[in-house]
Design a protein around this ligand. Structure first.
Ligand code: DAH
Length: 342
């Protein structure tokens, strides 16, 4: 075999090594060129017929190619092995069913709050907020509840060492908002409130209230009834009978309690409504002139005076009625069996 043919053989072998995609193919390449009956050996065998000089020359070349191809095949072999190892690690069975991802969900109070905000926003109300730690002035005095007045006992208060208190209701935000914003106003104020109270199935020391306030030139109880009625209808997603009865709050005059017809018995009287047919859900009234004055506004009927109504209801109570929950303590008990139902 001539030198040219050896070169050709070498090039062909190199190409075949390159082409081999797996160990089986590579083994075939090995046997074809380097095996006992392989092409290189047949070259070496054919040397017998040649002259000594040529034997030495071509033999040397052939042996050189032999060991060269051997290392090339070894290199390729470890390359293939590494590739197969990586592929084995990356391999996954696309037919195996996936793990179910458990999605978190919203707390019933958050659901109720969002619903309330959505309804009032659709009626042009702005959602305002105020601080949980409040000054005595905003929580009481500005709301027409003077110091040492027995009405203060309506709210059992947590007083703080820093001279502030934990607000007992969201009503102080009425004053805070009116101080900074000129009427006409339409706001709701969702927020936590705190009461120094013993807990039972219908009492908690931390509650969530939603305050409402509407101020304009000519505002009456009729506006209050219309807005509240629309709110109940949208919140409970059905027609709701409700009534206003006289009540007392220092910051409104006249004041009302708002009750809806029992959702369980529809007014027929049952244990859920304590056999009354009604469920109290909110306090409300026409904003007291002193509250306007304390907020820096002129009350009607003075010239350029303002009128308005306000309400405050407990979100827990509303959520209990909507979702049929019978113990207020469940909301903050962190019991997953309860929370997972929403
Ligand atoms: N702040 C009262 C409470 O926590 C509820 C309330 C009653 C709010 C009458 C009002 C209102 O705005 O007009 O018991």
């Amino acid at each position: 075999m001539s030198k040219i043919n050896l070169k050709k053989l070498e090039n062909q072998a190199k190409k075949d090594i390159k082409k081999a995609e797996n160990l089986k193919e590579l083994n075939l390449v090995f046997s074809r060129y380097l095996g006992k009956k392989g092409e290189l050996n047949s070259v070496l065998r054919s040397l017998e017929k040649l002259s000594l000089k040529e034997k030495a020359k071509i033999g040397k070349k052939a042996n050189f190619i032999k060991s060269f191809l051997k290392t090339e095949i070894e290199k390729k072999s470890s390359l293939i092995k590494e590739k197969e190892r990586v592929q084995a690690e990356d391999w996954f069975d696309v037919t195996v069913p996936g793990k179910k991802i458990t999605l978190g969900h919203l707390h019933p109070l958050t659901l109720a709050r969002r619903k309330v905000e959505e309804i009032f926003q659709s009626m042009g109300f702005f959602v305002a907020e105020g601080p949980d730690m409040e000054k005595e002035w905003y929580n009481f005095d500005a709301l027409n509840i003077p110091k040492d007045h027995p009405a203060r006992d309506l709210w059992d208060t947590f007083y703080l060492k820093n001279g502030l208190l934990l607000r007992t209701h969201t009503s102080p935000v009425q004053v805070r908002y009116m101080e900074k914003n000129n009427p006409p106003l339409r706001i709701i104020v969702p927020g936590n409130v705190f009461r120094h109270e013993a807990t039972d199935a219908s009492h908690e020391f931390q509650l969530f209230q939603v305050e409402g306030l509407m101020v304009d030139r000519e505002i009456s109880v009729a506006n209050l009834k219309a807005v509240v009625g629309q709110f109940f209808k949208s919140f409970f997603e059905k027609d709701i009978n409700f009534r206003l009865r006289p009540d007392y709050f220092p910051f409104t005059e006249p004041s009302f309690d708002i009750a809806i017809e029992c959702l369980v018995c529809r007014g027929k009287k049952c244990p859920a409504c304590k056999e009354t047919g009604w469920m109290e859900v909110a306090g409300a009234g026409m904003v007291h002139p002193n509250v306007f004055k304390n907020s820096g506004l002129i009350p009607a009927p003075l010239a350029d005076g303002w009128q308005g109504w306000a309400f405050g209801f407990g979100l827990e109570r509303m959520a209990m009625l909507k979702y049929k929950i019978n113990d207020i303590r469940l909301f903050r008990s962190n019991d997953l069996r309860f929370l997972k139902q929403f």
